[in-house]
Design a protein around this ligand. Structure first.
Ligand code: C5P
Length: 212
């Protein structure tokens, strides 16, 4: 039996990981997991229970108790939940509680595209192909701003820029599974690409890795 094809996609907030991951999964016939949703669901559950994201034990209990309905909450994409997710994601017990699910997802044939912050470094260090997706700060702020504006016309661009910088800092500087490029990950800068161009370029790179 051939080993599942696993594509790991890591990178900072609003670099284009999610769109790229969904596109690759669709074109390659693989399943897709947005691992950030697990951290967002953990944070949303904690907030719904009236918990404090500064409470590591409460956050870990939520991660362990996570059930599929938590992934259906309608506030998962909200900025406040994203911020709380980044906070709870720094706790080792939260990360540990979410690890087995991600690895099991990756291990099921025919394979998966998983995007996040530590997929190529911690969750799937043996992934078939790894991408580290980046884009310059202005491009990322613009993308996040346009995304948030669709839901809230009054969103403030400076605030978006500050939140993004804070989240980058938190995700990069934490002690456990910080955001960093795996040594064998392809550095993939999407600053000057639209989503279609990024997808076609990534498909070419995957093909080159699979058929050297
Ligand atoms: O990607 P997204 O913005 O939805 O992720 C929310 C937060 O979850 C991130 O800021 C990060 O702190 C955390 N996360 C993580 N590891 C992952 C995916 C997300 O720490 N693999």
């Amino acid at each position: 039996m051939t080993a599942p094809l696993v594509i790991a996609i890591d990178g900072p907030t609003a670099a284009g990981k999610g769109t790229l991951a969904r596109g690759l999964a669709e074109r390659l016939g693989l399943r897709h997991l947005d691992s950030g949703m697990l951290y967002r669901a953990t944070a949303a559950r904690l907030l719904a229970e009236g918990g404090d994201p500064a409470d590591a034990d409460a956050a870990a209990a939520c991660a362990r108790a996570l059930d599929p309905r938590d992934l259906d909450r309608d506030n998962l994409r909200q900025e406040a939940v994203g911020k709380a997710a980044s906070k709870v994601a720094a706790y080792p017990d939260v990360r540990q509680a979410l690890l087995a699910f991600q690895r099991a997802f990756a291990g099921e044939p025919p394979g998966a595209v998983i995007d996040g912050r530590d997929i190529g470094t911690v969750v799937c260090p043996d992934a078939t192909v790894k991408f580290f997706v980046t884009a310059d700060q202005d491009a990322r702020v613009e993308r996040r701003y346009l995304e948030l504006k669709e839901r809230d016309a009054g969103v403030d661009r400076d605030r978006v820029a500050a939140d993004l910088a804070a989240r980058d800092h938190q995700d990069t500087e934490r002690a456990t599974a910080p955001l960093r490029r795996a040594e064998d990950a392809i550095l993939f800068d999407t600053s000057a690409m639209d989503a279609d161009q990024a997808l076609e370029a990534a498909l070419t790179l995957v093909d080159q890795r699979l058929n050297p």
